[in-house]
Design a binder for this molecule. Structure first.
Ligand code: SAH
Length: 368
């Protein structure tokens, strides 16, 4: 009773208790090991896995098939949620919904739901900010703060699915804030959890990791046999131009990345997607068509052409301030010429630009 009264007077908010074991983010094997190490049967790990990742339960007391004493023990010793909902905003143009969530250490992150005909995609963040500094990307302009944990990556799905309806989310893309392959371990763990079809019910073919091109990690990911789909943010086939707009190209040149994605395609038997933002006079010339064709004819792939979303709302400096979108007419012509060469090209329609939720526009307006 004494303890209780001191708790009453000075209540400790749950999320400041750093001694608790965070269960969200643990894989099936890790959960089984956790339970056996704490003197419980291993199958409890499977039960908790199912509750957390499949049923999206956020309170240990709702885990109906666990003994009451175990639920209390878990409540006292473990955490289940790593994120809190802050706010959401829906685009009046096309129903795109942007969420802002907060981590326990008070970082804000964004996730976006993109409804399209025949599918609804959830776009997840893997880092707070991004270290890559791509000149066309709002997240790059805000700089890098910290990696997200596997639990924080998965909890974006939990909170979005609880709000939007789990059954309504058909695709998941790792295309929000950050570079997934620079947060490799957490990304792989989150993918391992997503790829267990007893969690989201979404097949691996509908989960895509998008990377700016961290060649050695692309190979590592291929070797993990997760067989999710891979997208490479290509944006130029010329090393010098690509380095200007994507400084990471100096460290991992395009040639290395092309070899790595070829390896990925072969190993996982999947088709690579190349993302290609159309930037006026930078990557929309006839030479670019020829260079794209040379790369694409070598292996199974497709190109997603993306109209450039302006960064003017961020008041950028340097090259970022000079970037302009290619005109819709030139995009049509560019795409048609590629299609005439038998290359599969999709034009991605811009979604959610009115709420700054479009590709590359994710950047937190909040100051910490
Ligand atoms: N770091 C990863 C994932 C985040 S970027 C990557 O680079 O792939 C996700 C996609 O949004 C990438 O294809 C990126 O090139 C694109 N993108 C970034 N800024 C954009 C902008 N201003 N307009 C349109 N697409 C953009």
């Amino acid at each position: 009773m004494e303890n209780q009264s001191s708790l009453d007077i000075n209540p400790q908010p749950e999320n400041t208790n750093t001694d608790k074991t965070v269960l969200k983010g643990l894989t099936l094997d890790e959960l089984k090991n956790y339970f056996s190490q704490s003197g419980e049967p291993r199958f409890r790990g499977e039960q908790v896995f199912n509750w957390m990742y499949n049923h999206l339960v956020t309170d240990f007391f709702d885990m109906a098939n666990l003994p009451k004493v175990l639920r209390t023990k878990l409540k006292d010793n473990c955490e289940i949620m790593t994120l809190e909902f802050v706010e959401s905003e829906v685009s009046s143009l096309n129903g795109t919904k942007k969420y802002i969530f907060e981590t326990k250490d008070k970082n804000k992150i964004e996730s976006v739901i993109i409804p399209e005909e025949g599918r609804t995609t959830l776009c997840l963040s893997t880092q707070v900010g991004c270290p890559l500094d791509c000149k066309f990307c709002a997240t790059g302009l805000m700089g890098y703060k910290i990696n997200l944990t596997a639990g924080e990556i998965y909890d974006q799905y939990v909170l979005a699915a609880k709000d939007y309806g789990k059954e309504n989310i058909t695709n998941i893309v790792f295309m929000g804030m950050g570079e997934p392959l620079l947060n490799y371990n957490a990304t792989v763990k989150a993918l391992e959890i997503f790829a267990q079809e007893l969690t989201t019910g979404i097949s691996k073919k509908k989960i895509t990791v998008s990377t700016a091109g961290i060649a050695p990690k692309i190979r590592d990911l291929a070797d993990k046999n997760l067989n999710v789909k891979l997208a490479l943010s290509l944006h130029s086939c010329f090393e010098d131009i690509r380095s200007k707009i994507m400084p990471i190209n100096d460290k991992y040149p395009l040639r290395q990345n092309i070899d790595a994605v070829k390896y990925y395609a072969r190993k996982t038997r999947t088709r690579i997607t190349f993302e290609y933002i159309m930037l006026k006079d930078i990557n929309d010339r006839d030479d670019d068509i020829e260079a794209l064709w040379k790369i694409c004819k070598e292996f199974p792939c497709k190109i997603n052409v993306i109209p450039f979303n302006s960064l003017q709302h961020m008041n950028p400096a340097g090259l970022s301030a000079e970037l302009e979108p290619t005109s819709p007419e030139r995009i049509e012509e560019f795409v048609q010429q590629l299609r005439d060469k038998n290359i599969t090209v999709m034009i991605r329609t811009t979604q959610g630009e009115d709420i700054a939720a479009a590709c590359g526009q994710l950047a937190i307006k909040y100051t910490q």
